[in-house]
Structure formats: C-alpha cells, structure tokens
Design a protein around this ligand. Sequence first.
Ligand SMILES: [Zn+2]
Length: 441
Amino acid sequence: MDLLIVNGTVLTMEPGAKPIVDGAVAVRGQDIVAVGPRESVPVPAAKVLDAGGGLILPGFVNTHTHLAMVLLRGLADDLPLKEWLEQHIWPAEKAVMDAETVKLGTLWAAVESLKAGVTCVCDMYFYAPTVAEALEQVGIRGVVPESIIDFPTPSCPSPEVALEKQRELCERYRQHPLITPAVAAHAPYSVNAKNIAKAAELAEEFDVPFLIHVAETRWEMETFQKEKGTTPVQYLADLGVLSSRTVAAHCVHVTAEDIATLAELGVGVAANPVSNLKLASGVAPLPQMLAQGVKVGFGTDGAASNNTLDLLRDAQIAALLYKGVTGDPTCMPAPTVAALLTRGGAEVLGLGKVVGTLAVGKRADVVCLATHEPHAVPVYDPESHLIYAARASDVQHVVVNGKTLVENHKVLTVDEDALRREVFRLAPKVRGAVEAVKAKG
Ligand SMILES: [Zn+2]
C-alpha cells in the first residue's frame, strides 16, 4: 500500500452509507483500493496519515469560481453590481491581470482551497494554460476553461482566438490525471448565440464540461423576458446548447418550467449561495431543483464577491439560509448539504465516477477533519458536525489523486510564505489602479 489513512470516522458519502467508526482508507498510486473498518483494510503502507480521531471524508468540490480573483479579495464591497464591476473590478483586472499575476493568484487560490478541504476546483477565468500549470504545481484537481466573451479579454483579443485556445487546451489535457479541460462561454447576455453554440459544439466534440453563467440576476431575467420573450434557461435550451455536460452557474432566477428543463436535459447547477447573498442577486430555488432531480453542487464564485474560497462555510450558510427563507427547519438537512458539498459537486462537473465519494476504484481525494477543538466536541452525528459545527481550519490533512498535499495544516507542494509575500507585494498596485479610475471621475 502506498498510503493508509487511519484513526477516524469514515464518511464515504456513498448514497445510503453509514459512518464507519474507527475506519481506514487505503490508497495505491492514485486510487482508493480499500475503505472500511480499520482491521479490514490491508497493511502495511509506505505512509500513514493519522486522522487523530476526527473525520475522514471525500474532498469538497467547488463547482464555480474565478480563482485568480483572490488577488482582488475585499477590494470593494457593499456596492451595487454595476458600480462594483465598472469602477472597481474591471479597472483592477485591466491593470494587473496578466499571465504572471493569474499564475500567482491561481497558486494562492489553490493553497486557500486545499487548506479549506477543497480538492477539486472548477475555474472560469483567463490564461487557461497558466491556470492549469498552477493547479498542477500545487497538485489540486481542476476543471479549466478559457472563457469566451464577445469583447477582448486579458488573454484573448477575440472570441475566435478564445475558441482556438479552448481547442488547444482540450487537445493538450485530454486524459490528464488532474486537469479536466473545459469550454466556457461567459453568459447568455455577454456572448452571442453563434459563439455560445460554437463553444457548446466544441465541448461536445471533446466530451468535456461546458461552463456558463445563467440567470444570476433579476436584471438578466427581466432583460431576456423583455427583449426575447423568454427566460435565459429557455433561450439556451432553444439554442440546443444545454446537456448533461453543462455546468450552469447560479440559476437564481428560474421558473418552474426552467427547473423542469434543467432536470430533463441533465444540466448541472453550480449554486453560489454566498456570492448571491453578498451581491443581493437573490436565492436560487435549490430545494425545488433537488425535488425535481436537478444535479446541484456548491460554488464559492470568485473571492472578489464572497470573499473567501471556503466552500464548507458556503454550504453551512446554505443549510441555514433555506430554512430561513422557507420557514421550514427540515429543509436542506445536513446529510443533503454534505452530499452536495462532495458527491453532488463531482456529478455536476461530470466527475461523479472519478471522485466525490470514498469508494474502491475512485481516485483518492480525501480530507481529514480534526474534531478536538472546543467548537467541535463532542461528535454525535458526523454529518451534522460537518454542516453545523466544523470549520475550514479543522482541515488537518488533504490528499489529492493519492498524493498528500496538506499534512498537519501545512501545504507540502508550494512555499506558502513566499506566495503570501508576493500577494502582499502586488496589493498596492491593485489599489492604485482603482484609485486612478476614481481620480478620473
Ligand atoms: Zn462567476
């Protein structure tokens, strides 16, 4: 055995599975080869990770984020979306986002993600080859697209170039153990129908995820209803671009008919409860989606609108939020939310056969969560504990694809202190860009 993870309660997150008290997970190469009570799992192993009596569970899957935007964390808050974007985020992106800073931001975001128990991230940003390189360097699993939008981006002067780069990416990363190439169209209001269709066709050709923001704001819904007489979801369905490989981020403003369409076409929804709350976009009808059989996972969205990549916190907030808005304390119970955080996210990204649960034959993406701090003692029900008591800082060890990336809270693959210094060094330049825009009025 290459790796044995022992001394914890194993939550496999397989449907219907019971927690395994004093369980263990055995790993050979990149794969899980045994999961069960400690005495049933083969020994010895080259390396043993001790979970210290805590929880052993699948890594969390962040189905929607813009990784490098961690560099803009907290730059501007509590503003209307338009002002926030036009006077703060876009000028800052224009001033500082090049391949080098995207690399730095992605590395930093990957470190933050891992330390919060996230083992798989679905990015949506620019300079995809650079993003893929950064994720490989850290060792985290990633879904990586180059984004298409109807105007020039920092990495692509036109949608045509973006499509070409997406094709190269798909060719280069097919069959890669960590990186899943993907194709992204920004949103139905920012990419024309022809380009959305081309992007979806490319995703189909390579059988990779097709990522798109859908129905995030009331403005988007009202604009489509007014100008096209339809909803954003129906518009995309009519274009024929929605399928089981679609990852639709947000879906806040959807009708009952939209939900039925999402279910029927097998579309995965990347729900971003905290980003939607912070930008006052609304609350996606997740309970209705789940009742209709829509695939759902959680996303943090970018750190400029969250402001962290702490997916566990977002899941925890979702568990409370839906109780509050429905007036029903049984809505979104802990086991449901825990499943969305892990298995649900993997299914949304088309990685349900690869990760998302601890099962023999799947890749070993495993998190050990300590349960000895005062806020975490005692533990009666591991899923309740995860959703209502645990904190990201309880994440002790993290394994991705069989490799130990975090041990005793320390990231092993990159120099966290050196990266921190670089991020601090860049921050004044980011602020300066925004000040310059303000000065111009
Ligand atoms: Zn987004």
